[in-house]
Design a binder for this molecule. Structure first.
Ligand code: MLT
Length: 208
């Protein structure tokens, strides 16, 4: 079957047995296979959609360009956010999953583009677990994220994301009305068992 244009992300789709789909978004240097086993650990029943970021930084896939660590190319970020949001909607039609029941689970750069989708294309996600995220951009107009559950998992020793930046993201999401759960771990930028446990619990309790 010919794939529609927006499905041109390299991706992995694993069908599930529930109405939920987890959109798995890897960090810099990851790919579409990276988070699939984490996704299955987090939700044994959900469908899993895992695209590979299209931008290459020294050969490492990312979801949008950056000018330096933590300094984003905003024009590219906006463009890539819409491109990824379109992909999710096309994938829902193609794989027959419910477009109203997609929860992003993003790590690092993947968390940042998930934040971009929440802020620019809020209808595409019904929730998001943002693992080690930072503020992706300050939108011109605030999205309406009322009733949208968002988990923000940060590390208090993260050398990439300052606690001020993580706090600013939480404040921004709350101003937009999101129901934000904050988890501050005694950890750095890497994911820990505690991050996985917190996300699993949040998905069970909040992300229904
Ligand atoms: C980003 O570029 O999105 C953040 O700095 C996180 C990272 O990918 O290192």
């Amino acid at each position: 079957m010919n794939q529609p244009a927006a499905l041109d992300f390299i991706h992995c789709f694993v069908p599930g047995h529930s109405k939920r789909t987890l959109l798995l978004l890897h960090g810099t240097g990851g790919d579409e296979s990276n988070l699939v086993s984490l996704g299955r650990t987090l939700d044994a029943e959900a469908s899993l959609l895992s695209p590979r970021g299209k931008v290459l930084e020294n050969g490492m896939p990312r979801f949008f360009r950056r000018l330096a660590e933590g300094v984003f190319d905003e024009e590219d970020l906006i463009h890539r956010t819409h491109e990824l949001a379109d992909f999710v909607q096309e994938a829902a039609a193609h794989y027959h999953f419910d477009p109203k029941n997609v929860i992003a689970v993003g790590y690092s750069n993947g968390a940042n583009i998930a934040g971009g989708i929440l802020l620019l294309r809020p209808d595409v996600l019904c929730g998001a677990a943002l693992l080690r995220p930072m503020v992706p951009l300050i939108p011109k107009a605030l999205a309406d994220l009322r009733n949208t559950p968002v988990l923000v998992c940060s590390g208090n020793q993260d050398p990439i994301v300052s606690s001020e930046n993580a706090d600013e993201l939480v404040a921004l999401l709350r101003r937009a009305g999101a129901n934000v759960t904050v988890s501050l771990e005694n950890a750095g930028h890497a994911l820990t068992d505690a991050t996985v446990e917190t996300t699993l619990r949040w998905l069970l309790e909040e992300g229904k």
